[in-house]
Design a protein. Structure first.
Lengths: 49, 298
């Protein structure tokens, strides 16, 4: 393959950044769910649907 | 109406049903229309932009969004991973090399989807800005807050992969070409939006300022699109247009469309997940502040 380092760098950057965004969103979603559950347990009437 | 014909200016109170005929007659006579609000209809500053119940708020309120996204998110994420896997493998290993560029053309399968997402993301920001300013949509501000960073990352990857493609093909990492420069401006618009929406202690002011920036900045989108036609640029013209036949082979076009679909689904899934998380964080903060208020009252 010609110019292989450029191709590898482009794919690594695009897929790596996409993975970071995706994993970051999953972690944030999990933390938010846990925080809401924690607050909801001590404030049961305010729990969202 | 007869009086209006005789004057160069016609003053009307806002009452469309009564004055529409009069107004059209006055316009026909070449009179300048000046609309004045009756004193009773003037809106006090505090309630100048009330939330309007209607289609937008009925079908896209936070509760509806949470219910809908809990069903959609796993499907969107699964479809994104599946589509991207197929598209990337096809583009890297099965699509033919270009007769001029060789295998370097494979950078196209990540560069073009990122360019598409950069523009689509900013268009979404502008739509959110309009929804926020006009309809006071409860989700639009939060969506703009979450779309901004994802769109900025897509724009950065578009610029970086473009540089990685440009160096072996053009012999330079960067050139102040109209297409490249207008995409760089888009990246700065994203950064400005991200900074502005978080810049105020009162979030509503930040949302409003960022909405105005998003709408004003949307003028860059047609400049990006038509830059390769309006100016003589180093960047190649569009290979895919709405009106003409594509200038590339179907064996390259198919994996490109699959990669574009995969990255778009991934973009939607990430934004949806971030928006769900933001709504939950907001809800948790509200519950905590209510608990503190109750304790203080007790």
């Amino acid at each position: 393959m010609t110019h292989l380092p450029y191709i590898v760098a482009a794919y690594a950057l695009a897929l790596g950044a996409s993975a970071v965004l995706g994993i970051g969103a999953v972690i944030r979603l999990r933390r938010a769910r846990q925080a809401l559950a924690l607050v909801g347990r001590s404030f049961p009437e305010g729990r969202p649907s | 109406m007869r009086q209006a014909k005789g004057f160069r200016e016609a003053h009307f109170a806002v009452c469309p049903l009564v004055t529409s005929n009069v107004r059209s007659a006055a316009e026909g006579a070449g009179a300048r229309i000046i609309v004045t609000l009756p004193a009773t209809s003037r809106i006090p500053p505090q309630t100048a932009r009330p939330s309007r119940p209607g289609f937008m708020n009925r079908f896209a309120n936070p509760g509806q969004f949470m219910r809908l996204s809990s069903v959609l998110l796993p499907w969107l994420s699964g479809a994104a991973v599946l589509t991207l896997t197929v598209g990337i493998i096809w583009g890297l290993f099965y699509a033919p090399a270009d007769w001029q560029q060789g295998d370097t053309v494979r950078i196209m399968y990540v560069h073009v989807p990122m360019a598409w997402l950069a523009s689509l993301g900013y268009f979404s920001l502008a739509v959110c800005g309009a929804l926020s300013l006009i309809w006071r949509h409860p989700l639009a501000d939060l969506a703009a807050l979450e779309i901004g960073p994802v769109g900025a990352v897509a724009t950065f990857i578009c610029l970086a992969t473009g540089s990685l493609w440009g160096e072996p093909m053009w012999g330079t990492w960067w050139v102040w070409d109209a297409r490249l420069t207008s995409v760089l401006v888009l990246f700065f618009l994203y950064l400005g939006h991200i900074a502005l929406i978080r810049a105020f202690d009162e979030p509503a002011r930040g949302y409003r300022a960022a909405a105005i920036l998003a709408i004003a900045g949307a003028v860059d989108l047609p400049i990006i699109k038509f830059s390769v036609q309006w100016w003589n640029t180093l960047h190649q013209p569009d290979s895919i247009t709405l009106t003409g036949a594509p200038t590339m082979s179907m064996t390259m076009l198919a994996p490109l469309f699959i990669c574009m679909a995969g990255f778009s689904l991934g973009f939607a899934a990430v934004v949806m997940a971030r928006l769900r998380a933001a709504l939950m964080e907001t809800r948790a903060r509200q519950l905590l502040s209510r608990r503190h208020a109750d304790r203080e009252a007790a």
